[in-house]
Design a protein around this ligand. Structure first.
Ligand SMILES: Cc1ncc(COP(=O)(O)O)c(C=O)c1O
Length: 416
């Protein structure tokens, strides 16, 4: 059966679908597969116990069934939106009201709305792209537009640091913004690299966005104030030209599919219209579960005192293991500044990173090949074939066994 242009675009192979398929296959494969690929957050016992208790309380009070048996409006659950506005206003000087916040079915859903609202085909035959000023960027953006060719990305500067580490930074000289750019978008902390754009970089990007009358989208899925998987001391950023996206997923509720968008009221109104048409309303269960944590601000304590130290410790351990076990001088690890991944660069790797992915998969280890993380990068660049992303959120034993497999493969490859 022939599909529409839309159908053909969304049924062809995409990196994010492969990743989610791998995640599902790995889950079905049980203990035989070491899942260091997908973006699943860790199951942190303290968080799970707290969520369990909250769900039990909702059940006991009859609120769980109330939530499940009612639609919210297209903007999402009002009580949660108001509680979020209060929390953010207590923390920062942003002057938010309920008109500045909406909920979506996961933040992935928000990016689909945003990229299609601000990029793609415009009237009179014009089109606009979304600019990623620092590639590599999140794989999930790559296909999230109904238009072909909807993104443009800029190669980063690579700063070599001590101890086999490196850090990307924005190459502002290489950024060109004209009327064909509809928005700037960055993830901070960045998936896949664990990079955190500096305060100066964010201020500079904000200025570029304002000067060109386009919004700056900041994807804060791992950032502050929750889940706060961010190890650098940087300032949270928002103004009326910023679209800040958050999520309950990395707090521990990816299955609840709850994304949060903070923006000026015009953008929120437009996005709510999209939400009404595409989903009627976002799911209410995540907001209902987390509402007491937001009202009492316990969400901050759990993020700062449980989630952040948990991931920090795991990232440091994974780096130590990699550096102990991989003998090559050619390995560099991106400085782990946040999120739940290590981005590993194998300079002059004798095979491509996607060939490496296949070899590791045969041995029972799933990682993600780095080449997926350059959506919109037009030039060919060897570096895109030399990196992998490794999720360190799984149990220590799983991470260690995975790193052993990776180390054997890499040590053999460079010994050839
Ligand atoms: C940077 C980034 N943004 C957005 C998302 C989407 O997350 P969700 O749709 O679960 O909120 C992810 C998921 O891994 C991510 O890593």
């Amino acid at each position: 059966m022939p599909y529409s242009v839309f159908g053909n675009k969304f049924t062809k192979h995409s990196g994010i679908t492969e990743l989610m398929d791998d995640l599902n296959a790995g889950v079905k494969g049980g203990d035989d597969i070491l899942m260091l690929g997908g973006g699943n957050p860790a199951s942190i016992p303290e968080i799970q116990q707290r969520l369990n208790k909250l769900i039990q309380e909702l059940l006991d009070q009859g609120k769980l069934i109330d939530t499940l048996s009612n639609y919210d409006g297209p903007q999402g659950k009002n009580s949660f939106i108001d509680a979020l506005a209060e929390l953010f206003n207590d923390l920062y000087d942003w002057g938010l009201s309920g008109e500045n916040i909406m909920l979506t079915n996961g933040s992935q859903n928000a990016f689909f709305y945003l990229f299609n609202l601000l990029g793609g085909n415009f009237s009179e035959g014009k089109s606009k792209k979304i600019l990623f000023p620092l590639a590599p960027e999140y794989i999930g953006y790559a296909d999230a537009s109904v238009s072909e060719d909807a993104f443009v990305a800029v190669r980063p500067k690579i700063n070599e640091l001590n101890n086999g580490l490196f850090k990307y930074s924005v190459d502002f000289d290489a950024i060109k913004i004209d009327k064909d750019i509809g928005a700037i978008c960055v993830s901070r902390p960045t998936n896949p690299t664990g990079n955190v754009l500096t305060d100066d970089e964010i201020v500079h990007l904000d200025q570029l966005a304002q000067n060109n009358n386009i919004p700056l989208i900041i994807d804060n899925a791992y950032g502050t104030p929750f889940p706060n998987i961010i190890f650098e001391d940087v300032k949270p950023f928002w103004n009326k030209n910023t679209i800040l996206c958050l999520s309950l997923s990395k707090f521990g509720l990816p299955g609840a599919r709850c994304g949060i968008v903070i923006a000026n009221s015009k953008i929120i109104k437009a996005m709510s219209n999209l939400s009404g048409i595409m989903a009627l309303s976002p799911g209410g269960i995540g907001p209902e579960i987390v509402l007491p944590l937001v009202k009492t601000k316990e969400i901050l304590k759990l993020s700062n005192e449980v989630i952040k130290p948990f991931y920090l410790k795991k990232s440091q351990k994974a780096i130590r293991l990699l550096q102990d076990k991989i003998r090559s001088e050619n390995m560099r690890i991106h400085k782990a500044e946040g999120a739940l991944f290590l981005w590993i660069w194998f300079k002059d790797l004798p095979i491509t990173s996607s060939e490496l992915y296949k070899r590791l998969k045969e041995k029972g280890l799933l990682i993600v090949s780095g080449h997926y993380f350059f959506p919109g990068l037009e030039q060919s660049w060897q570096h895109t074939q030399e990196c992998i992303r490794l999720n360190y959120a799984q149990d220590d034993d799983v991470v260690e066994r995975g790193i052993n497999i990776l180390a054997n493969e890499i040590n053999d490859l460079y010994a050839l």
